[in-house]
Design a protein around this ligand. Structure first.
Ligand SMILES: [Cu+2]
Length: 155
């Protein structure tokens, strides 16, 4: 229950909805979760610039599973982007879904995918932990802690 208590502390009006969600997650815990998340961290930037979330998604099941939605109580906007280079320049494109292959993994890592995090709802600083809700095509939603790091910490 420690995760629920943390969520409650940051959401003063969450009591009414936290009970049904608690039931849902304990029901899920009875079965094996297909997806697990490793090495989740956020590259923080100063002056309210957008931050970038990175993680590795591991699929233990024998079916591909898609990451289909991301949300966060800590940011107004959380979107999956891909950095695409065309010649000398780079641009970011929106990604609707990211497939984690059966018995495989996919990395959301610098130079490839990132979770664009904009409009922080409270002060976020290196050393903090933020939470992203990662929603998957098999119906699973993983409330995942991401460690916030300064650019200097990630080199
Ligand atoms: Cu982006």
């Amino acid at each position: 229950m420690s995760i629920k208590i943390k969520t409650f502390a940051s959401l003063s009006c969450a009591l009414a909805v936290s009970l049904p969600f608690g039931f849902a997650s304990s029901a899920q815990a009875a079965g094996a979760n297909a997806i697990s998340v490793k090495d989740a961290w956020v590259r923080w930037l100063p002056n309210n610039l957008p931050a970038a979330g990175y993680a590795t998604l591991v699929n233990a099941s024998d079916k591909p599973v898609d990451l289909v939605d991301i949300s966060s109580n800590d940011y107004g906007d959380a979107m999956l982007h891909q950095t695409v280079s065309n010649g000398s320049s780079q641009k970011m494109v929106m990604v609707d879904k990211l497939t984690v292959p059966a018995h495989g993994q996919v990395s959301i890592s610098p130079g490839g995918y990132h979770v664009m995090l904009e409009d922080a709802k409270h002060k976020v600083a290196p050393g903090d932990t933020v939470h992203l809700q990662l929603k998957f095509s098999d119906g699973e939603t993983l409330d995942t802690p991401f460690a916030v790091k300064s650019p200097a910490q990630t080199k």
